[in-house]
Ligand binder design. Sequence first.
Ligand SMILES: Cc1ncc(COP(=O)(O)O)c(C=O)c1O
Length: 383
Amino acid sequence: MDYSKFFSADVPSFLRSPVREIFRKVDLGAICSFAGGYPAAVTFPVEDIKRLSGEVLEKYGTKALQYGATQGVPELRQVIASRYGVPVSQVQITTSSQQGIDVCTRVLANPGDIILANNPVYLGALQSFRAYRAQVLPIQSVIAGPDRQSSVKFIYVIPDFNNPSGETMTLAEREEIVRVARELDCLIVEDSPYRELRYSGKPVKTIRELAPERTLHLGSFSKIFAPGFRLGWIIGPEELLEQIYICKQCLDLCPPVFDQYMAAEFMGSGALDRNLEKTIVEYRRRRDLMVSLLEKYMPEGVRWTYPEGGLFLWLTLPEGIDTVALYDEALAAGVAYVAGSFFYTDGSHRNTMRLNFSFIDESKMEPGIRLLTGVICNSLNSR
Ligand SMILES: Cc1ncc(COP(=O)(O)O)c(C=O)c1O
């Protein structure tokens, strides 16, 4: 049967994630994988979770298993509001920050509307933007050129430890984003799942702090608690959250209630901060190890970003090396990465790649970088 006639007009715009395709193709546990963006399992607070699950049932009883408010349970909204110094009315809980991106796009963008984003851009965001048939243009072109766009709905940025590039925006760059947004009279979606994972350098003000009136700030429990809970939040102006709240009713009625109580107790009791301290030590060590291995092994002409936090760094290889074409060779050699061009809206920058340092077993990091170096050197020598 031909099912294609049943699909909506949105379906051809759906973008399949190349990262998830990689997961389907190979057993990443069997090779040295720098491909995914998973947190390290050792950072999951398993003992806290065991203890808290009993405590949550004791404290909240069957309420913890019931449907809850669409905005999220008051206890979690309150804990987030206190942590980030905003009124509870400006906090909406989401069922993951991916849902946060999707619901913001759904509420704000019509087909054909322009969203300005960093280039390279987070793939999950690109998937949502495409699904609603918005046009995605690089923010850099607008900042650099005279080309001022009129139908821009919002600017999407990851100011802290960008996925995929690992870079952090300076205060001046953030102020520039705000200036452009005010000039274009558009909103800003500030995606911030890594902000709490800083290993060096000093925190920079969030864009929300610079322009609270036009920013929707997205947070996530995935990297500071556990991604299996699928919990995130949006902080933003009440009038915007009101529409998001209505839209969310049809998405999932409410975020998972038991999980929200767990997150509220975890964050509110101080257990999150204690776990975060250990997580930061763990990831700082992994980042430093990866950077030192790159310095030790990579041939001349290969450059990389130095992430002050987050889970990724970004490699730029000499012009002419094609990381998409090289990928099968790398897999056959036993190492995986994500080709950088997948994160570009126009598929350009084929000489780049994203490397993740959080998930791989530390004992595999050196063999992995050596294998990757071998694949890159082969390609350089055969030019
Ligand atoms: C920039 C960015 N935003 C959002 C997400 C989605 O996170 P969540 O697990 O909260 O959906 C990710 C996940 O990797 C991410 O890198």
